[in-house]
Design a binder for this molecule. Structure first.
Ligand SMILES: C[S@@+](CC[C@H](N)C(=O)[O-])C[C@H]1O[C@@H](n2cnc3c(N)ncnc32)[C@H](O)[C@@H]1O
Length: 316
């Protein structure tokens, strides 16, 4: 990855459908709300992937793919059903975001529009396979596990959501973004992996409230009581609408503009922007409280009730 194609920065800043937050340099990011600067570390992704071939399944805007490349992977393939409009996670994601980033970052990541169910067509294997936040959007997990296991040579990392509503850990299988349909226990997934030849399978839980708290602390909320102008881009943009905003997150700052989550660019001078470090002491205090107690408390107040995340690392 050498150099940056600064010429396409205006296009990146005008593209409204980012989900991932990818560093563009000089403290500038794509305007996604998901994935923060150290998500890789937060989810315990493998540190040493230098020289490895990596397959990122459900790669979306490519956060984990570009990170893998940055961390020295020999070859990275980003696979997703890149023919959807992003309105549902089951219908597929737009190709535009990851393509813009690949050009901007001068990256060698190979973008493959393909479903996880068709992996057998690849007729090859990768050393390391990532499957982040994908399983819970699939209808047929056992079929996907067959395909994924067959292409993984050394290590598989699965990160997803679990529900603690019943005893133990259940994965919620969602369709069209609504938690319904089937439920599956993580134990079952572990058995699936063992049967498919992974010798070591380890699970660890990640309480996502931490992630949420972190987002609250990092993205300042804004408020404007009068309707303000919303722009399509901070570079030679135009006004596309007006909006009254209440407690909307600021995902990006660029010159005299800020990007408001799911709204667009607005002039800083039109807004009241809250101090994002307001909860500094609370954050310090939280570090001293055990995870289970914090989770209980956050569950009580309704934030991310009964929902957490897990990471499974499976090795051959
Ligand atoms: C919730 S996003 C997760 C993105 C990314 N891996 C992450 O952790 O931030 C789920 C992604 O899976 C993709 N997806 C859904 N069904 C798929 C399938 N059958 N094959 C490949 N990707 C799929 C969606 O298009 C979407 O980009």
């Amino acid at each position: 990855m050498t150099g940056r194609k600064l010429g396409i920065l205006p296009e990146i800043l005008a593209y409204p459908n980012w989900r991932h937050r990818v560093h563009l340099g000089n403290g500038l990011y794509t305007m996604g709300y998901n994935t923060l600067e150290n998500d890789w570390e937060f989810y315990g992704m493998p540190e040493n992937i230098a020289g490895k071939t990596v397959l990122d399944l459900g790669a979306n805007d490519g956060y984990y793919s570009f990170k893998a490349e940055e961390k020295g992977a020999a070859e990275v393939t980003a696979m997703d059903i890149y023919w959807g409009d992003g309105s549902t996670m089951v219908g597929g994601w737009p190709l535009q975001g990851i393509t813009l980033l690949k050009t901007y970052l001068n990256s060698n990541v190979v973008i493959k529009p393909e479903s996880v169910y068709d992996l057998h067509q690849s007729q090859r294997q990768w050393d390391v396979v990532f499957c982040n936040d994908l399983l819970s959007w699939l209808e047929d997990i056992p079929r996907a596990m067959d395909q994924i296991s067959a292409v993984c040579k050394e290590k598989l990392v699965i990160h997803d959501t679990f529900s603690t509503r019943k005893n133990g850990l259940d994965i919620e299988i969602r369709q069209l973004g609504i938690a319904k349909l089937h439920r599956m226990r993580i134990d079952y997934l572990v058995q699936c992996l063992r049967k498919r030849g992974f010798k070591t399978v380890s699970i660890h839980k990640v309480y996502s409230f931490k992630h949420y708290a972190w987002q609250f602390e990092n993205f300042a909320p804004t408020t404007a009581h009068n309707a303000i102008e919303i722009w399509d881009s901070p570079i030679e943009g135009k006004v596309i609408k007006t909006a009254v905003v209440q407690e909307v997150w600021v995902l990006q700052t660029f010159r005299e503009f800020v990007y408001l989550r799911e709204i667009g660019w607005a002039k800083k001078s039109d807004l009241r922007i809250a101090n994002r470090y307001k909860y500094f002491w609370l954050r310090q205090l939280k570090k001293c409280i055990p995870d289970w107690l914090l989770n209980l408390w956050h569950g009580r107040i309704g934030l991310e009730k009964n929902i957490g995340e897990f990471v499974i690392t499976a090795e051959r």
